[in-house]
Write a protein that binds this ligand. Structure first.
Ligand code: BT5
Length: 328
């Protein structure tokens, strides 16, 4: 019985996606109810119901008695249909799970992964009411103002490499932000992206593994996108910023998300093929409190220090005391 209801809901959602796809293919122009109904082999009344639901979700659809329906605008929400309409990656975003509000996308992703979700499944939520940082610190995640994202991976590499995914992700997100907005950020080892001393992105990698095999890794990424400075709570005023604050413009979240997935996917595939060294083998500028130097990021040791090869030998870069700026 439950299965029947679930498959009916799925079918209903698929049909709604198909209606939306047809409307999108004629964006701004009319398509008749009859034509949609014929295409999808359902009644015009069924189409009308789907259109009504789409409007309720925030799609701007105009109806004309004779000409039919036209899609005039889409909501600023990271709905699966919206994300998929701009997706450029193959593996990441294969499945998109969307919430309007949840405690934490990492918690949702871990539940889905434990239930067998496929690699590449992503979880996004408009808001998180208990967004998490490391060591049970909180992460401020207001509705539709950021990208609160978790990615499920099932890598073949050994569990001890998992923590390196945080830096790899930081490099990928930094690249995506620069490509999409032109903004050049720095990485604060090991898991933050900063702009002029203020935090823009936080990353939280979590893993479930056996002794020698990873069951799944969840990479949580929080990007402050369209948060005005005054909207940050008091305690974050001096330490946090957003892309909108930096650039002065509102940023299209779904397009940035799509770029993040492209960069992360290409880094991940590279790791699976050639290991971490290639990805780590990037030129970096290390900007410390009392010293600044350039070198090649070589590896991460057991203590979690980044090993940077410089002209004067290998320097150990410890968490907290440096920013890294990948050379582009
Ligand atoms: C992090 O921890 O920065 C990791 C944040 C990961 C968030 C993502 S969102 C999607 C996924 N789902 C989750 O539940 N989490 C992940 P940490 O380095 O421990 O930094 C936490 C500290 O950053 C807090 O104690 C605040 O000082 C500061 N902070 C909180 N919210 C912030 C925000 N929106 N922007 C900048 N800084 C913030």
């Amino acid at each position: 019985m439950l299965l029947n209801i679930e498959s009916e809901i799925k079918e209903h959602k698929n049909m709604r996606s198909s209606v939306l796809k047809l409307l999108r293919s004629r964006a701004g122009n009319y398509i008749s109810g009859e034509e949609i109904a014929k295409h999808l082999n359902v009644s015009r009344t069924a189409i009308w119901k789907h259109i009504r639901e789409l409007k309720q979700t925030g799609y701007e659809i105009v109806s004309h008695a004779k000409r039919g329906y036209a899609l005039m605008g889409t909501p600023d929400l990271l709905l699966p249909n919206e994300v998929k309409s701009v997706l450029k990656s193959d593996l990441l975003g294969k499945e998109v799970v969307h919430f309007f509000d949840t405690d934490s996308t990492n918690n949702e992703a871990k539940k889905l992964a434990a239930d067998g979700a496929v690699e590449g499944t992503i979880v996004v939520s408009e808001a998180q009411n208990s967004g998490r940082g490391r060591l049970s610190r909180g992460f401020f995640s207001p509705a539709s103002k950021g990208i609160w994202l978790s990615v499920i991976l099932r890598p073949s590499f050994a569990p001890q490499h998992a923590s390196k995914c945080t830096l790899v992700t930081a490099v990928a997100v930094t690249k995506a932000i620069e490509k999409f907005t032109g903004i050049r950020c720095g990485i604060k080892w090991p898991n933050d992206i900063f702009y002029e001393g203020k935090k823009l992105v936080g990353i939280l990698t979590e893993m479930n593994a056996e002794m020698d095999a990873v069951n799944y890794i969840v990479i949580g990424i929080g990007i402050n996108v369209n948060i005005a400075q005054a909207e940050f709570p008091e305690e974050l005023q001096r330490i946090a910023t957003s892309l909108q604050v930096i650039s002065g413009n509102a940023i299209e979240r779904k397009e940035l998300l799509s770029q993040v997935l492209v960069e992360l996917e290409s880094a991940y595939l590279e790791i699976l093929k050639n290991g971490f060294l290639h990805i780590l083998g990037q030129a970096v500028n290390v900007i410390g409190i009392d010293q600044t130097f350039s070198g090649i990021a070589k590896d991460i040791d057991e203590d979690g220090a980044l090993l940077v090869e410089t002209e004067n030998g290998v320097e150990r870069v410890l968490a907290g005391d440096v920013s890294i700026r990948p050379k582009t």
